[in-house]
Design a protein around this ligand. Structure first.
Ligand SMILES: [Zn+2]
Length: 233
């Protein structure tokens, strides 16, 4: 079937569905996916997509676009960090770095990764900032993560440009800057280890990304056109 014919068929199909009662009008919104949309909302995200596209959306901030890989983003983070250092006395740079420092400082006590279960997404987002503080993460590195995402999207002609995608992508980078909770007990062959990494997905990423976006908003407004090109480290 040609693209055009497929599109026309889909159009007719959508029209047909619109006339059906709403409980039947319930297919995944991703073009080309014919699976039924999810019925449940146990994670509070949405019911627009089938299970696998909803899951992808939760993890990556887009129902079908993959996340940028660490290696792809690295040259942008390096360039952003160099740029931040070169412009550290700039009012807008200082503002963003100070705001991130405030997010780290005002995030409350550190929560062990295995105690996060049952907390609200807001509280888990706070815990994520507290974890970064405990790991003594440089606030400039956190700002650089946001800039890197702005820059890689700027350079990617096929990029997903929705704010939510940016937030999730930046939050994923930031999330990896702090490690999980690690415990070790016992001796010799009886040694037991526990490694718990908070899961980086869902609404927590959106909360972390939104706070970071706000912290960097004035800087981006002012300097969007001055952001550097990627640098190989
Ligand atoms: Zn789907």
């Amino acid at each position: 079937m040609t693209n055009w014919a497929a599109r026309r068929e889909r159009k007719t199909e959508v029209k047909g569905r619109a006339q059906e009662p709403s409980h039947i009008f319930n297919r995944c919104r991703v073009v080309g996916c014919s699976k039924p949309a999810r019925a449940g909302t146990e994670d509070g995200l949405d019911t627009r997509f089938c299970r696998s596209h909803a899951d992808h959306y939760a993890r990556h901030g887009s129902p079908y676009r993959p996340s940028y890989g660490a290696r792809e983003v690295a040259p942008y983070r390096v360039a952003a960090m160099v740029w931040l250092e070169a412009n550290q006395s700039d009012t807008y740079v200082r503002n963003a770095v100070d705001r991130v420092a405030t997010l780290l400082q005002s995030s409350g006590p550190h929560v062990e990764a295995f105690r996060l279960r049952g907390l609200s997404p807001q509280d888990r987002a706070k815990a994520a900032w507290a974890r970064l503080r405990k790991a003594a993460v440089d606030p400039r590195g956190v700002v650089a993560a946001w800039l890197a995402i702005e820059m890689i999207i700027r350079d990617d002609l096929q990029a997903e440009r929705k704010t939510e995608f940016k937030r999730v992508q930046a939050a994923k980078l930031v999330h990896k800057m702090a490690s999980g909770t690690h415990k070790r007990w016992g001796e010799g062959s009886n040694v037991k280890e526990l490694h718990v990494y908070p899961r980086s997905r869902g609404r927590v990423l959106r909360h972390v990304g939104e706070a970071l976006e706000e912290a960097c908003a004035l800087l981006i407004d002012r300097h969007r056109a001055n952001l550097p090109t990627a640098l190989q480290s």
